[in-house]
Design a protein around this ligand. Structure first.
Ligand code: T4K
Length: 399
């Protein structure tokens, strides 16, 4: 890793000479990765359910204790395929406080995402509000395990059963996490992981569908390969959702470092907790110590009144110091196109989503962030809060 020169905050230069990004990829053992890529080239088997993809699926299945794992090119296509395989149509309930891919995976297939508000304590969809939004056109619910913190799985499962709806979990953030002692991946009709470069466990680009439903798994497996069931036989409409061997090689290499990535994230999170504890108006979201978590997001909620600065002002300060923090998932899917044109008044039913989206600041973590970086980030925040008028401004924050 390149060393970063750190400069005095009060000087003319940013505190970090090189940007410290949210979403910096973790890279496992490079020699192992290169050896795998070399073998792949020797074999001349580059994609279409090659040996690395098969090994990855087997390992994930064993790790999660789930019957089926189908590796995919990314989580967005994986969501689209699951939605299609479950024959969802009409309306599907989904939180607005999520990455836009969750909503787009529905709208792409002309299914209406009906945005449901979140519980402000958990940032996941509020089951208490779901029922009132079910109409005769509703066919399913997509819960999102935001930040890797599980949804209220029991309540959503009960509603889905009673109202005869299909239940999918967008588990893009939740690889390696458990809920009620079981691995995420075992709940609902199916769950979808993302292995994108910015995830703590990455395959360059990638994702996976996991399910305990044999019939659904068989259908998804064919659908991700154009619907081919044999050399010259197509039995479903399908698409190209296949993971490449190069991605699987990266994923297998990441898997070997999974525990150490999680340990680094956990230590970084604890370090942030100590460093931010005394700062007024900043609350670090915690993970349930009784479950296994991947700690891949460091999420801070900013209380503007107590901090004396808004979330966006703090973001500006951080960007000026080369700390590329993010305000996921601002402003909420319902305020992005095409949804804001389709449902211009959706915000009236989403007060908690709107409030949380204004408060959240995501800070850098992962293997490229060290404890002294975290101390520096905390002093930048502390100085900004102590001297709100003296902050350096930047053009990086977009309207
Ligand atoms: N569902 C949920 C709940 C999700 O959060 C996501 C994805 C999905 C579904 C869909 O999964 P995929 O189809 O992507 O598998 C990033 C990721 O691209 C996206 O995968 C992720 N969620 C989302 C939360 O974050 P952006 O628009 O923020 O990407 P970008 O290009 O701004 O990069 C984020 C940061 O990472 C930047 O500060 C730069 C840094 N970065 C990024 C890459 C790619 C690096 O340092 N190196 C890199 O190679 O969406």
């Amino acid at each position: 890793m390149k060393s970063r020169r750190k400069l005095a905050i009060l000087g003319g230069e940013p505190a970090f000479a090189e940007p410290l990004h949210v979403g910096r990829p973790n890279v496992g053992d490079r020699a192992r990765l290169m050896a795998r890529l070399n073998d792949m080239l020797e074999r001349r088997w580059l994609t279409n359910y090659g040996p690395y993809v098969q090994e990855l699926e087997r390992r994930i299945r064993d790790m999660l204790g789930v019957r089926h794992c189908i590796a995919m090119c990314n989580a967005t296509i994986a969501l689209e395929i699951v939605i299609r395989a479950l024959q969802l149509k009409g309306e599907v309930l989904v939180p607005s406080f999520t990455f836009i891919a969750t909503a787009h995976a529905l709208q792409w297939q002309e299914i209406t995402p009906v945005f449901c508000d979140i519980d402000p304590r958990t940032h996941t969809v509020d089951p208490g509000r779901i029922e009132a939004m079910i109409t005769p056109r509703t066919t399913g619910i997509i819960g999102v395990h935001t930040w890797g913190r599980p949804c209220d799985v029991a309540a959503l499962t009960e509603i889905a059963r009673r109202r005869d709806l299909r239940l999918i979990f967008d588990a893009a953030h939740a690889f390696g996490c458990t809920h009620a002692g079981r691995h995420i991946g075992n709940f609902g009709d199916a769950e979808v992981f993302s292995f994108h470069a910015t995830k703590f466990f990455n395959a360059f680009e990638g994702g996976a569908v996991v399910t305990n439903d044999d019939e659904l798994a068989a259908k998804i497996r064919l659908m991700k390969n154009f619907g081919f069931s044999g050399y010259d036989k197509v039995i479903y409409i399908g698409t190209n959702g296949k993971m490449s061997e190069a991605s699987a090689a990266m994923a297998l290499t990441s898997l070997e470092s999974l525990d150490s990535f999680i340990e680094t994230n956990r230590e970084n999170h604890a370090c942030y907790a100590r460093a931010l504890a005394e700062l007024p108006g900043l609350t670090l979201l915690s993970y349930d110590g009784a479950e296994r978590s991947n700690y891949q997001y460091v999420v801070v909620e900013v209380d503007e009144e107590r901090a004396g600065l808004s979330r966006d002002a703090l973001l500006e300060v951080l960007h000026a110091e080369n700390v590329i923090a993010r305000r996921y998932f601002y402003p909420g899917c319902h305020r992005m196109e095409p949804y804001r044109s389709y449902f211009p008044h959706a915000g009236l039913l989403l007060p908690e989503t709107e409030a949380v989206a204004r408060r959240v600041l995501v800070l850098p973590t992962g293997t490229s962030v060290r404890p002294d970086d975290i101390s520096m980030i905390a002093s930048i925040l502390s100085d900004a809060i102590a001297n709100p008028a003296a902050r350096r401004s930047t053009a990086l924050v977009q309207a």
